[in-house]
Design a protein around this ligand. Structure first.
Ligand code: AMP
Ligand code: GLY
Length: 424
């Protein structure tokens, strides 16, 4: 498994429970992993942009399945290099990962396949982008085309703000990712995350969740990678799910196959539930982080079986995955300063946070080599995750665990799940 965040801790926690690992003597390797992952996997460092090196490792260890957690190696074509040598890889090809790697690619695909999404214009120069603003009204949604670590989207309330943001993007604020910009119509509604597994032909729904992107309580302050999540997203009713599958996800998978770039892996649709029905906000070519953590807490089937079937074009032989009827909720504990510059090195004492069934997935942590203490090493540091019969119970259990953790230089939102709690 490749990756180092809370998502990868959750994946390795669940993979370790798979029969191949738990009963059949299989072994899990993680590159680079983190101290949480290291409870389940042999962690090691390797430059994953060196595809020959990754191949050599996989051959030496006779790796049966490669699970690629984050988007960067996918967009870099690692899955292609490994598949070319006959390895089973969970994750899309470089061409298919453009669904996440290029917002313009995805918007054009939606236009061709008639998929509901915000109206848009692609612009490759500042002049073109400024002129295109005429066709939109505030708030303006401006997106750097390429991967920008979740920071490439600006929602500008006024035209002057939009112009400054465009200056920044074309001025290189997001590097190459901003060489092209997509300007979009603003959509209103509630956002949900919808996950499916697909091998390019069969599509299996793989859970729903709601993320909390803003850093502050009540959804205030700057955007982050996600401050907490819960699953399932009840607001995304079975009827809405069926509509999203029929109008958004299935036509996408079909169009990709028709275009000769079949998509294989997990497809994460960020959806806006608008008054006109679900519309696509964006696709990601990987599991959400922290959404993956709540999905894994609820998944009752063998994760390795599903990922392997996906990697080997055998999803048609798998039954729909089963998820617990419980609600799972995760609270992200971040280092002070996040999403700006987080404080590094803060001491973390987990204590008995997991005593009542909660699971603390680690994201930005390191073990201090001198004294063996756990230290913060990134923005999002811990994902404190619990289950309950309803969202209130899951929320209470997650915060009870949070309150047992000693992390003086950390903070968290105190209202994860608030929309669902308010629905009663
Ligand atoms: P993205 O990285 O594309 O998910 O965008 C980050 C966030 O910006 C999304 O989660 C939405 O909250 C918001 N956003 C993106 N596109 C739109 C849009 N067209 N209308 C309204 N909000 C949007
Ligand atoms: N939690 C949002 C993401 O993974 O992109």
């Amino acid at each position: 498994m490749l990756g180092s965040g809370g998502r990868e801790h959750a994946l390795s926690w669940k993979l370790a429970q798979s029969h191949a690992i738990a009963n059949e003597g299989g072994q899990l390797f993680a590159c680079p992993g983190n101290p949480g992952v290291a409870q389940f996997a042999t962690c090691f460092e390797m430059d994953v942009t060196d595809h020959e090196l990754v191949l050599a490792f996989c051959e030496q260890e006779r790796i049966a399945l490669v699970v690629i957690g984050p988007e960067a190696p996918l967009v870099d074509g690692l899955a292609d290099s490994l598949r070319a040598e006959g390895l089973a890889v969970f994750g899309p090809s470089q061409a298919a990962a453009q669904l996440e790697g290029s917002k313009g690619f995805t918007k054009d695909l939606c236009a061709r396949a008639g998929i509901p999404t915000a109206g848009y214009v692609r612009a490759t120069s500042l002049g073109q982008a400024r002129a295109a603003l005429d066709g939109f009204s505030p708030p303006y949604v401006l997106k750097a085309d390429g991967l920008a670590a979740g920071k490439g989207v600006v929602i500008a309330e006024t035209r002057p703000e939009a112009e400054v943001a465009l200056d920044d993007m074309f001025g290189g604020a997001f590097g190459d990712a901003g060489a092209e910009v997509v300007i979009e119509e603003f959509m209103t509604g509630e956002e949900v995350s919808f996950f499916v597994l697909t091998d390019g032909a069969t599509i299996l729904p793989f859970g729903t969740a709601q993320d909390h992107k803003r850093v502050g309580d009540g959804d205030t302050g700057p955007n982050t990678g996600g401050m907490g999540a819960y699953s399932p997203a009840r607001v995304f009713t079975p009827e809405l799910r069926a509509e999203a599958m029929q109008k958004i996800v299935a036509p996408t998978v079909r169009q990709m196959a028709d275009d000769g770039v079949p998509y294989s892996g997990v497809l994460y649709a960020g959806l806006m539930l608008t008054s006109e029905g679900p519309k696509l906000v964006e696709y990601n070519a990987r599991f959400g982080d922290p959404e993956c953590q709540v999905l894994m807490m609820r998944l009752e089937d063998d994760l390795a079986d599903y990922l392997y079937a996906c990697a080997t074009n055998a999803l048609a032989s798998m039954p729909p995955p089963r998820f617990s009827s419980d609600v799972a909720l995760t609270v992200v504990m971040a280092a002070k300063g996040y999403p700006g510059t987080p404080e590094k090195g803060g001491l973390i004492v987990l204590g008995d946070a997991e005593a009542d069934g909660a699971v603390v997935f680690q994201a930005g942590t390191v073990l201090d080599e001198d004294d063996g203490t756990l230290r913060a090493s990134g923005g999002r540091v811990l994902n404190v995750t619990a289950r309950g019969a309803d969202v209130q119970a899951a929320q209470a259990a997650a915060y009870a665990a949070v309150d047992k953790i000693d992390f003086a230089s950390g903070f968290c939102r105190r209202d994860i799940g608030w929309r669902e709690v308010a629905r009663g």
